[in-house]
Design a protein around this ligand. Structure first.
Ligand code: GRF
Length: 216
């Protein structure tokens, strides 16, 4: 049997992106398997959903007195024990420390609900509406020490309509997220995608800009 990628997903909430990745792996769109889903909140819906799918889960709930570096060490130990080769952040609401990012450099992906470099950080849909932007979307990127600033792989792009609200944008962006994250992880698993010296490579070519997937 061909070698498949062992990957981990880190979540804090609902875990809909984790489920999209799990589905893609089950359907063979990702030549890989989720070896662990790690959550930082006992009540995270996504952890229960992962358990229902029979996936291995870990709860790493930072205790009082645990700082960012301790959290990074705890995460790395769990990831190493599970043999993770790639880590996919999917709504993991913690800032990761520099040692953690360096340990997983070029093997750490994140999905962010904006067309980066626009709107790093939180409340992206609200900020897009307030600015009156016409285009919005989501980005899968490799993670670097600077928050939401690592090199982008793929973006899902949509046109903001006059009737759009924060809630409608959130739903529309999530639908795109569920398409682009499995694609990016699928490329990585197929060894078509890599990150080297801060640059993204796809199919042997250096990507000058992220791949764009338009809303259907
Ligand atoms: C997504 O919108 C993602 O862009 C952001 O957090 C959200 C996670 O959603 N980083 P879910 O838990 O995957 O449903």
């Amino acid at each position: 049997m061909a070698r498949t990628l062992a990957f981990a997903v880190l979540i804090s909430g609902r875990g809909s992106n984790m489920l999209a990745l799990a589905r893609a792996a089950a359907e063979g769109r990702i030549a890989g398997r989720i070896v662990v889903v790690i959550g930082d909140q006992a009540q995270a819906e996504g952890l229960a959903a992962a358990r229902r799918l029979g996936l291995a889960t870990r709860l790493i709930e930072p205790a009082s007195g645990m700082d960012r570096a301790d959290l990074g060490c705890a995460l790395t130990s769990a990831l190493e024990e599970c043999g993770a080769e790639l880590v996919a952040l999917a709504g993991f609401m913690r800032i990761l420390d520099a040692d953690f990012v360096r340990r997983w450099q070029d093997r750490l992906l994140n999905i962010h609900p904006s067309l980066l470099p626009a709107y790093r950080g939180l409340h992206t849909h609200r900020r897009v509406l307030a600015a009156g932007d016409r285009l919005h979307g989501c980005t899968v990127h490799f993670v670097t020490e600077e928050l939401d600033a690592g090199p982008a792989v793929i973006q899902g792009r949509l046109t903001v309509g006059p009737a759009d609200t924060e809630a409608s944008l959130s739903a529309r962006v999530q639908r795109l997220e569920h398409r682009i994250y499995p694609r990016a992880v699928g490329w990585f698993a197929a060894r078509r995608l890599s990150c080297r010296d801060g640059a993204v490579w796809l199919d042997g070519e250096r990507l000058p800009n992220p791949v764009i997937e338009e809303d259907a």
